[in-house]
Design a protein around this ligand. Structure first.
Ligand code: UD1
Length: 458
């Protein structure tokens, strides 16, 4: 069994899935309404932020996804009391934080990259932190050099061990001038979570400004932090000695919303995504409209549908916010297989995020991945070495196939493709999808999808 299979099974078990293989009977439009709750990319970080307070925090809008269970386990291993008194609400009490055993941290961390964000809070609380080797989706190298460089700049000593890293800061952290080589989401969060309680002021240049980061800053401000977001990706953090707990409702999951929107388009369906908001999806909505999808912004969500007739091909460049997010690319590619002509998707954030297209080609799509990108004079962002491009020629009818989920967003795109395809497909490792898509089987049922959970073989 590979580590991906193990991650999938653990992830499935965490959210109560009895098997991580599905049989999908496709070719039927998805129709109906589902709800999205708090964003995976905020909730997990907000849970870590609770570690910085000297009193309990309450987080609302928490989705039932396995990454939340991973962070809960990690927090509990460090002595944080985590209570879920009602669905979607977590109480996090950090008043008795202790060091955790390496093996215990490792046991929880396997499938997530969140442990790296424990560095700053643990350094403030305990003067040291053990961080195991990181998992997360296998999309490129996903190094942590920006994180470690930032922590060193703030005064931490980093020691590499065989199975992780050990950080110390016996004299506490001190404010610094830091410039990120790329506006990394994780590294920006690392600096925020480490600098809020450092001595003095930190100036972070080339920071990421994703909506989930703004929500994290709002949480930290509620806790007593002084953080200003200045023009041109500069964030200034004036360190404070103490922070208190927070009460916060997480921003909605714009990646989940975009995924269901793409599912509506790819299956010729009509899905209302309750809880989705326009502002955080504006770039996605523009592309959706150019492809030929329709949407209506409602008071409590957004309705997405395929209005009939041919879809149009588009050129997309993934980018940092406010650009077209890399996590939207995979589900949209499935819809683009049904567009009338040639679409080009440039991936500029990760170096290996088109692996999922092999399975789509097996299902009848015509997608050619250019591993070194494609030169174009109309490029909006400067070329990065790692960039790749996928050329999607459509429309191609999709047919059923047996596929194995490679990563979170790629996996959801396989699910959409199987739902759009004629015939019955088997999808294994769907536990990976449970890392970030809340109750996706229930939602599929609500939308009229036909599927069976395949019983695990003995
Ligand atoms: C987060 C999101 C993920 C999203 C991504 C980009 C979470 C849990 N995940 O991932 O859904 O796709 O932002 O919006 O919030 N890099 C380095 N060195 C580092 C850190 C990053 O080279 O130390 C590179 C990465 O390899 C990648 C790029 O920077 O090429 C962007 O990564 P980053 O923004 O850090 O993504 P994550 O925070 O891991």
């Amino acid at each position: 069994m590979t580590s991906l299979d193990q991650d999938s099974q653990k992830s499935a078990a965490r959210v109560g899935l009895t098997s991580d293989t599905l049989r999908i009977h496709g070719g039927k439009p998805l129709r109906g309404r589902i709800e999205v709750r708090g964003a995976k990319n905020l909730v997990t970080k907000a849970m870590v932020a609770a570690l910085l307070g000297d009193s309990p925090s309450t987080l609302k809008g928490v989705p039932e996804i396995s990454d939340v269970h991973v962070v809960k386990g990690l927090l509990e291993a460090h002595g944080v009391r985590v209570d879920a008194s009602e669905p979607g609400v977590l109480q996090l009490d950090p008043t008795n934080v202790v060091s955790a055993h390496f093996a215990e941290i490792n046991a929880h961390a396997g499938s997530s990259r969140i442990p790296i964000l424990f560095c700053g809070p643990l350094l403030h609380q305990l003067g040291e932190a053990f961080i195991p080797d990181l998992g997360g989706c296998k999309i490129g190298d996903r190094p942590i050099d920006f994180h470690l460089d930032a922590l060193r700049a703030l005064g931490a000593t980093v020691e590499k061990l065989d199975d992780g890293i050990h950080l110390t800061a016996p004299n506490g952290l001190t404010g610094a001038h830091i410039e990120l080589p790329f506006p990394s989401v994780g590294a920006t969060e690392q600096v925020l979570l480490s600098a809020v309680r450092a001595r003095g002021t930190t100036e972070l240049k080339n920071a990421a400004i994703e909506p989930e980061i703004m929500d994290l800053i709002a949480i930290l401000q509620k806790m007593g932090a002084i953080i200003s977001v200045e023009p041109n990706r500069v964030i200034v953090i004036e360190g404070v000695e103490k922070l208190r707990g927070y009460l916060h409702t997480a921003i909605f999951d714009r990646n989940e919303a975009a995924s269901w929107a793409a599912a509506a388009l790819a299956t010729g369906g009509d899905i209302t995504v309750g809880g989705a908001e326009q502002q955080e999806l504006m770039t996605f909505l523009n592309v959706y409209r150019k492809v030929g999808g329709e949407f209506d912004v409602l008071e409590d969500g957004i309705r997405f549908w395929h209005p009939g007739g041919p879809l149009a091909p588009v050129q997309i460049e993934t980018d940092v916010h406010p650009g077209f997010m890399t996590d939207w690319q995979q589900p949209m590619v499935v819809a683009l297989t049904q567009a009338d002509g040639v679409s080009v998707v440039h991936e500029t954030v990760y170096e290996n995020r088109f692996g999922f297209t092999d399975a789509l080609n097996e299902m009848g799509a015509h997608i050619v991945v250019h591993k070194d990108g494609i030169a174009s004079i109309t490029r909006r962002v400067p070329r990065r070495k790692l960039e790749q491009a996928a050329v999607v020629t459509g429309p191609t009818p999709l047919h059923a196939a047996d596929v194995r989920v490679p990563d979170l967003r790629g996996g959801f795109s396989h699910l959409i493709a199987a739902l759009a395809a004629d015939g019955s497909s088997t999808i294994s490792n769907v536990g990976i999808i449970a890392r970030g898509y809340e109750l996706f089987l229930d939602k599929l049922a609500q939308l009229g999808a036909e599927y069976e959970v395949v019983a695990p073989s003995a």
